[in-house]
Design a protein around this ligand. Sequence first.
Ligand code: ZN
Length: 346
Amino acid sequence: MFKTTIAGSLPKPEWLAETNKLWPQWKATGDALLQYKSDATLLWLKEQEDCGLDVVGDGEQSRQHFVHGFLEQVEGIDFENKVTMGIRNNRYDAQVPQVIGPLRLKGRVHKFEASIARAHTHKQLKFTLPGPMTIVDTVADRYYGKGTNEKEGRIKMAFAFAELLNQEALALEADGVDVVQFDEPAFNVYMEEAADWGVQALERAAQGLKCTTAVHICYGYGIKANNDWKKTLGQEWRQYEKIFPSLAKSKINQVSLECQHSQVPMDLIELLRGKDVMVGVIDVASDVIETAEEVADTIGRALKFVDRKNLIACTNCGMAPMTRETAIAKLKALVGGAALASERYI
Ligand code: ZN
């Protein structure tokens, strides 16, 4: 059987936070909010298990956004005075916090939700963290770039974040997490920088981990700014070609990528030969539910370039901005398609 998993996020229930938003407002505060986060985590663990997924996660129910959830626990960041900044090479504007001093963790970042998830599932548990380069692209630097040029500042700040990510990743491993995944959509935007220092920063974040390590590189959530951007990328999306060779040489075990309905030439996966590849077989930018046949077909195309034992069926990206019903239907399609592919491609 091909194993199945998700990229990371799942929709938040309407009693927890605003729905269909990337930066939703919480619906409660204090202890009530913690209780709702815990309830939502349990709900999604159960749904993932019922859908038949092999590797499950917390669905990122306890963080407002996949980057800011981590940053909230970092000292040296001014969250009160956010500024508007063009992110992902100015693809869209975001309200981002500012780095104003040396970075240090205030304490554990994700112990609460990781412990709940570990206590309530016997399945393999994956936990996601933002990658250093993507964090650097989602904050405004007022400290690390001082007295140096912008590029040096970005690199210094990325490695400072990588150290903090590493502390949290090691703690998550101790909590019983089986897979630590770093999300690096920025790799697909700054390909030269990714190959130059981004992969090194990622390895620093994963240093010393004995559990499985993964990186997720996608073309973003299914929001309008991303969908418009994709239309400018031409017939063939070859971004992966520039970063996969460095990743292939890295110590990271698994690479999660976007395949379904994307213009990524499938043969680029060949560049990762030997790694586990989480093949994106579910489009998160569309509410149309894939059929098992479609999912199995995508797996079949990928199998020309990745060994059977190394292929894991996955979603293209996170499902946070979707409705719960659509997400569940897509999880079922994912598992059904992987089962069909297991029969087809023996
Ligand atoms: Zn993604």
